[in-house]
Design a protein around this ligand. Structure first.
Ligand code: S3P
Length: 167
């Protein structure tokens, strides 16, 4: 199968869906955040705090550029990765982009007790998530080859929809 880049807001279910896709279809997995944490030997909040967001964004861009040549892989992208056009271009060169779209209320319910997302630290409320999503949603849409709604659906159902349009 061609590479699949899962994009979407924090808490959209990219990690869960990518794991199910890999298990079901025997694909390899690149979890961007985890790979960058291993590479930098720091958690995402530490990278933001010690090196700054711009540094983290450069790491994302380098990682995506380095994926050329990769095959049969699901790439679970960080929620901000599709905000840079050069990142989207790199994704388009090596696979299809699937946008997991989610309502702000669903995102909030999924992430409200987590403390590993620096952008939401101190901003953990539906109003802030809605505002940030309004900025990001058009960019996710513009980048996507396929849009899949995730609210109220299981990872299995989402995977089936993705595969029905990929094959
Ligand atoms: C970010 C999303 C996070 C992580 C970082 C920044 C964003 O990944 O890359 O905290 O800008 O939306 P998830 O989407 O996996 O939470």
């Amino acid at each position: 199968m061609q590479n699949i880049f899962l994009i979407g807001f924090m808490g959209a279910g990219k990690s869960t869906v990518s794991q199910v896709l890999c298990r079901k279809y025997g694909m390899s997995l690149v979890e961007m955040d985890e790979q960058l944490e291993r590479q930098e030997q720091m958690s995402i909040p530490e990278i933001f705090e010690v090196r700054g967001e711009e540094y983290f964004r450069r790491l994302e861009t380098q990682l995506l550029a380095g994926l050329q040549g990769q095959e049969n892989t699901v790439i679970s992208c960080g929620g901000g990765a599709a905000m840079r056009q050069c990142n989207v271009d790199a994704m388009k060169k090596s696979g299809k982009i699937v946008y997991l779209s989610t309502r702000p209320e669903t995102v909030y319910e999924r992430v409200k007790d987590c403390h590993n997302r620096p952008l939401l630290e101190g901003n953990m409320n539906v109003a802030y998530i809605t505002k940030l999503m309004e900025v990001r949603h058009p960019k996710y849409l513009a980048a996507a080859d396929v849009v899949v709604e995730t609210d109220g659906r299981t990872a299995e159902e989402i995977c089936e929809e993705i595969c029905s349009v990929m094959i």
